[in-house]
Design a binder for this molecule. Sequence first.
Ligand code: 6AU
Length: 270
Amino acid sequence: MSSKSQLTYTARASKHPNALARRLFEIAEAKKSNVTVSADVTTTKSCWTWLTTHIDILSDFSDATINGLNALAAKHNFLIFEDRKFIDIGNTVQKQYHNGALRISEWAHIINCAVLPGEGIVEALAQTASAADFPYGPERGLLILAEMTSKGSLATGPYTTASVDYARKYKGFVMGFVSTRALNEVQSEATSASEDEDFVVFTTGVNLASKGDSLGQQYQTPQSAIGRGADFIIAGRGIYAAPDPVEAAQRYQKEGWRRTWPVWGQLTAE
Ligand code: 6AU
């Protein structure tokens, strides 16, 4: 596990080179929450640190969606992570991200991409975000999908190593990974970690009640995810499909947060 993950979120926020990561840690600390839930749940927004969306599955996407998301995020102080998983040549992803039909750059603080196309996809998205006429500046960040939770995932080995390499090369825009564990121990011949390296680890496939679904999804518990180095956990059906989603959101929030404390050596009992 990363030595950085043994620091409090406040300590990491004070030193982090990425402005959006700093803000994310600050919000997490203020809300005592490192959990995200699906956009389907509208009643628990005050405990969201950030909200994960799949904008392309909305049947009624419009300007009202964008205005609503922006207003909610500002009012309740959370970031929006659009789980669009960009995966195409650089020229195409630039258009999908900025000024495209879904206007993702206007409202999504965080996006993610897969590195199947190679380094160019990360370079292209970073280039768009650093362009002089890009209006959102340091308020935007990218996560690289370095591993996947589905059974038989091919995002392993050299693929994961390449994800770490590209993150290091474009660390101004890449704030971390979607992965099942901290990746600081991944050995790469191409790149090495800088002194201030502190990629944020977002772990999905988190569920307290299930080990998986019938379509290959594989779950771990919040405790296990945090133990493997997750800084933030993403829970979908474990929260929104629970009999009482509000109660479930609070349980995941408590589990996710409580479990981080022993890692920091600050808590021996609840
Ligand atoms: O908890 P679930 O299974 O209901 O939902 C998990 C959410 C879904 C997936 O699209 C997403 O997490 N996800 C991701 C992400 C966030 O990129 C990566 C992955 O490897 N597995 C995964 O489930 O919205």
